[in-house]
Design a protein around this ligand. Structure first.
Ligand code: B3K
Ligand code: ZN
Length: 856
């Protein structure tokens, strides 16, 4: 990689664009290897300067350039095109050729199966034509697409279809006009042959919007849930935020080759088919949930992202943090809010805390970026959403809405910054959020220490809070943050909830007078993204589990109790079922039939990844052993209860709350039962009688995790049944990838040549290799270094095909400070091998170089 490509961009260096491009006309003549793009734009100099015009462009073959109709010869490089001197206002015509069929990076214009499609965020538009490919340059787009009519009956782009025609040679063309100014990252084009699901939505002001979902031929019956989700999201945004859809048509296209979940292009969303297609036989409850949430997320971007967009990519959390928060609110309204919250907190603890603790640690508004695609991170998205949630907690529901209204009305049609957002919240509520803004520039996970004090004589109960953020790879010094701390005080006469506002390093708060020392439970609803350091005895935690009002607090207390027991067992090399732990499971099992969903969450042991984030150093083998041993002990001790609660229901599958809760609890129970040798009949029959993917997968997962002898037979049966279904086979690949078994690496090797596997398809790579690296703890961290070596070998191949996917897959190799010296050495050696590769992508280079610096 050349030196220039390794340079980082800094937020502090931001400058307004020297030129604007208010109008752009694009003409595409589609061809697998020789697509011609004619871009005609109106360019206007900004301000009084004579600087050159420098357009971005990558992997383009330039065939013609004209300024105001006159041919010119700009200076080209690998990454840009420079026009030394240009008029103040002019028309630029650029003709380029591109090769979509060989574009395996899935960025720019590429082919997914037989269809043409695009992905431009963040900086992919420059692979389509030379342009000012930055979000603060917004244009009105007119697009004409020409292609063979038989192979590509649908030719789609943003906005409204305004004209169409046929050519004598079997080709046809369509013209699209998007009336809204937009940055280039929101441009989209699709051409292909699809099945089409159509519906409509009447907005609150009475406008009719045509809704269209395009799916691969034969998949129409799987698009209904996505359509229902879209309509729910449209109605919810009107009701919750008064935000109405603005175009006459909203299109969604599902494709099989996609780097991420989905993309919010104006009026023409592109989706990974995994987040569109669902039917009972092939999709799980979790798939149904995710589809609803991703469809909503992309829809919500129409206002938070598209109408009000980002000034520069450092501000990505402006749209992503806010839109994740909005989709979280939506999901909480559609399902059980406590369960939805628990799911989000697990993501924070398993993945975001790990990112903060590793070499890629960055604030939600990064200060320095080498490859923007590396910053579509759990920090920018999920911690970004936590920051918005804290604002919501501090301002209250109505205050937050006032802030949103002002933000939207003040900035509609603009490209703005995170500061603009906080300013709107501040102005609408007459509060000072200066200190709060630190969340945008400070990385790291704060540790909140809690000390309670009870004065026997006066009955006064107080709490002393102290915050401390340990240094991170990117920032050695940290400052105090503004933290909303929601807590519950459980006295003999019920419980009292309140939110404390911690603005200093240490503060003491009086909590009232009590006859006897009450029970304190801190961080209700996970009111701030922090680690909690609150030494409580097991009896106190048990009380919280049983008596707190907030279901999140109850779950969290159960997880703390179990986590501590597991760490103790790992340290002592011996796992026992203590009285308190038994008491916990007895208590939860008692209310499990009434509160199924919450009980299921409590009965499940904390994941290895969550446990790993709770200690500075972990012993991988000891912790894994302790977790498995506890599972076996619990399997035996509560055997009759697991059996009773795992009885299957006779209802046929529908995706609705009551059924979802039953299936979830049943899956947890099967997970324990599979650890006993006498349950083969029950497991086999649960597999055979299942009429839906949720129950089927529950059996497979249970057998996989317990390494049950039934596993391989069931997997063979599953494969023969589903071998033609690409999305279902991803589940099968993932089960193999994460199967902790002595032969797992050999199996993995074999599966990379399976007929349904392809290194070019990100879903396959994530399913097989991703689930090995992220979740096959024993295999990935094997002490002979085989797991690390395998992933590194694979990354070297994958990086040449698709750097974005490679860069996501490397995550588990980066944060190793908490591993033992031997594993740290092994990982360092493999990272050094990657760095030795001179053609390593900028994506991987940024991560690997940071990781190696950290460890030295
Ligand atoms: N905005 C897109 C993500 C684009 C990723 C670019 N590497 C999806 C979303 O967050 O809605
Ligand atoms: Zn998004």
């Amino acid at each position: 990689m050349s030196e220039s490509r390794a340079k980082a961009m800094r937020l502090a260096d931001y400058q307004q664009p020297d030129f604007l491009i208010p109008e752009l006309s694009l003409e595409f003549e589609l061809d697998d290897h020789q697509t011609q793009v004619i871009a005609t734009s109106k360019i206007v100099r900004q301000g009084d300067h004579d600087r050159p015009l420098v357009l971005h462009g990558e992997k383009l073959e330039l065939t013609e350039v004209q300024i105001n109709g006159q041919a010119v010869q700009p200076q080209g490089s690998d990454t840009d095109l420079t026009f030394a001197s240009v008029p103040d206002e002019f028309t630029l015509r650029i003709v380029t050729r591109i090769d979509p069929a060989n574009n395996t990076s899935l960025e720019g214009l590429y082919k997914s199966g037989q269809a043409f499609c695009t992905q431009c965020e963040a900086e992919g538009f420059r692979k389509i034509t030379y342009f000012l490919d930055r979000p603060d340059v917004m244009a009105r787009y007119q697009v004409k697409i020409t292609a063979d009519k038989a192979r590509y009956p649908y030719l789609l782009s943003n906005g409204n279809k305004v004209d169409a025609g046929e050519l004598p040679d079997g080709r046809h063309w369509v013209r699209w006009d998007d009336p809204f100014f937009k940055p280039s990252y929101l441009f989209a084009l699709v051409a292909g042959d699809f099945d089409l699901l159509e519906d409509e939505f009447i907005t609150q002001s009475g406008r009719k919007v045509a809704l269209q979902i395009f799916v691969d031929k034969g998949n129409l019956h799987r698009a209904g849930h996505a359509m229902r989700s879209l309509k729910k999201a449209m109605a919810w945004d009107e009701q919750k935020y008064g935000l109405e859809y603005d175009l006459d048509i909203y299109m969604i296209v599902a494709v099989d080759f996609f780097n991420m979940g989905a993309m919010e292009n104006k009026g023409l969303n592109l989706f990974n088919s995994k987040f569109v297609l669902a039917d009972a036989a092939a999709a799980t409850d979790e798939d149904y949930f995710n589809i609803e949430s991703v469809i909503a997320h992309e829809y919500f971007h129409n206002w938070t992202g598209n109408r009000v967009t980002c000034r520069d990519w450092f501000q990505l959390s402006l749209k992503e943090g806010l839109t994740v928060f909005r989709d979280q609110q939506f999901s909480a309204d559609m399902a059980d809010p406590a369960i939805v919250r628990i799911k989000q907190v697990k993501v924070m603890r398993e993945h975001q805390f790990a990112e903060d603790a590793g070499p890629m640690s960055h604030p939600i508004r990064p200060a320095e970026v080498m490859e923007m695609n590396n910053f579509y991170s759990v920090t920018v998205y999920d911690k970004g959403a936590e920051v918005i949630r804290m604002l919501h907690t501090l301002l209250g529901e109505q205050g937050f809405r006032r802030g949103m209204d002002l933000y939207i009305s003040r900035h509609d049609g603009q490209a703005v910054t995170c500061d603009d957002f906080v300013q709107a919240m501040q102005d609408a509520n007459n509060v000072n959020l200066e200190l709060f803004k630190r969340w945008y520039s400070q990385s790291g996970t704060p540790v909140l220490s809690v000390k309670e004090q009870y004065d026997q004589q006066s009955g006064q109960f107080t709490v002393a809070l102290h915050q401390h953020t340990p240094p991170t790879a990117d920032q050695p010094h940290k400052q105090a943050l503004h933290l909303p701390i929601a807590l519950e005080v459980l006295g003999t006469h019920g419980s009292k909830s309140q939110v404390l506002s911690l603005t200093k390093e240490s503060q003491t708060f009086p909590l009232g007078q009590f006859e006897t020392k009450p029970q304190l439970a801190v961080l209700a609803g996970f009111s701030a993204p922090v680690k909690l350091d609150f030494k409580q005895d097991e009896q106190g935690l048990l009380n919280t589990v049983l008596y707190a009002q907030d279901p999140f607090l109850r779950w969290d207390a159960s997880q703390q109790l179990i986590s501590e027991a597991l760490h103790r067992a790992a340290e002592q090399g011996q796992t026992v079922l203590s009285d308190n732990l038994q008491g916990l499971f007895e208590g939860v099992l008692e209310f499990a039939p009434e509160q199924r969903a919450l009980a299921a969450e409590m009965l499940e042991l904390p994941s290895f990844e969550t446990l790993a984030q709770q200690r500075q150093r972990i012993d991988v083998d000891a912790l894994l052993n302790a977790r498995n041993a506890l599972k076996r002990l619990l399997a035996d001790r509560f055997h009759p209860q697991w059996q009773a609660l795992s009885a299957s229901s006779s209802q046929s599958y529908i995706y609705e709350a009551d059924q979802v809760q039953k299936r979830r609890l049943r899956a947890v129970c099967l997970g324990y039962l599979a650890h006993r040798q006498d349950q083969s009949t029950l497991l086999q029959s649960a597999y055979t009688t299942s009429d839906n993917m949720t129950d089927t997968l529950a059996v497979l997962k249970a057998c996989q995790q317990a390494d049950h002898p039934l596993f391989s037979g069931l997997m063979q049966d599953f494969e023969s049944r589903w071998q033609a279904d690409s999305l279902v086979m991803d589940k099968w690949f993932a089960l193999h990838g994460s199967h902790q078994h002595k032969d797992s690496l050999a199996k993995l090797q074999l599966l990379t040549s399976h007929a349904m596997y392809s290194i070019n398809n990100p879903n396959k790579v994530r399913a097989l290799i991703g689930s090995f690296a992220f979740y096959n703890t024993a295999g990935f961290h094997a002490l002979d270094g085989g797991g690390y070596r395998f992933v590194t070998d694979y990354l070297l191949k994958l990086d040449a095909v698709n750097p974005q996917v490679a860069s996501r897959l490397i995550t588990p190799m980066l944060g190793f400070a908490h591993l033992d010296d031997r594993r740290q050495d092994l990982l360092t050696q493999q990272l050094a091998r990657l760095l030795d590769n001179k053609s390593l992508s900028r994506d991987l280079f940024e991560k690997v170089s940071k990781a190696l610096k950290l460890s030295s």
